[in-house]
Design a protein around this ligand. Sequence first.
Ligand code: ZN
Length: 173
Amino acid sequence: MYIELVKYPDPLLREVSKDVTFPLDDKTSRLIKFMYRAMYQHHGIGLAAVQIGYTKRMFVMDTSRAGDKPQVFFNPEIVKKSTETLCDNEGCLSAPGKTGEVRRDLRIILKYQDEEGKEQQKTFYNLAARCIQHELDHLEGKLCIDYEKGDYNERKHNAEAMVESDFRTKSNS
Ligand code: ZN
């Protein structure tokens, strides 16, 4: 089964996702496997729930070389960051063919809940740290393509909203 992803400039990608409550309901439990499948199918290393149409604060990730170590994170929050950052180009499964130059922290400590709702705290480095920061942006309605020369650019975000409303006005008239 092919899983269609929500693609830019769909306004859903601009929504702020809501907290997941525990114990997980059946729908959310099923969503985990569905998200793993979507991530592997599209050859991604991370996927936020909003990318398959659910505005919930959850994402999946697998940064292993073999692609056999899927992890799921609920209600994630960065509690500590390194002072070192790195600027690099980032792509997004929801914005094919586009990239953004994004400055990310090299090391983060993430607090999150696991599938059982148990609180976890772990340190992540390099690619995993970058991927997590990218997914956290999704939960806030931000995209890597909004960044310019490393920094988040509100103007780029808002410019897109204007284009969308222009489009709507035109198609309504
Ligand atoms: Zn993305």
